[in-house]
Design a protein. Structure first.
Length: 112
């Protein structure tokens, strides 16, 4: 549907066939804006949480394996035949590390 201009050439109607393309472009821009402002940060937070859990689990497994290996090495080389000494040494190391971490904690109550 065209309207004739004064010069005699056809002029596109406001209801031309371009409106679906413009509407689609506007909708795509709106969806992109919502994705960049709302969904993308949520994805980053979820990804950080998942990777944090994976790293924490791997760290815990590594700590257990190192502790077991240390006890076995101490049983063989440092205290042969006296497993209690190896366990006491490794337990003491963990105890001291725990005490250190306990001093770094923050209390939920205000100090008077």
């Amino acid at each position: 549907m065209t309207i004739m201009q004064e010069e005699g050439g056809p002029r596109p109607s406001p209801l031309s066939s371009e409106w679906p393309v413009k509407a689609t472009d506007q909708l795509e821009m709106l969806i992109g804006l919502v994705r960049s402002k709302a969904i993308r940060p949520l994805q980053l937070v979820a990804r950080a949480i998942v990777f944090g859990i994976i790293v924490a689990a791997m760290g815990a497994v590594l700590l257990v394996v190192v502790a077991i290996g240390t006890v076995r090495v101490l049983n063989i080389y440092a205290f042969p035949g006296r497993e209690w000494a190896s366990l006491a040494l490794v337990g003491g190391i963990f105890f001291v590390a725990g005490l250190f971490l306990w001093t770094l904690r923050r209390s939920g109550r205000k100090q008077a």
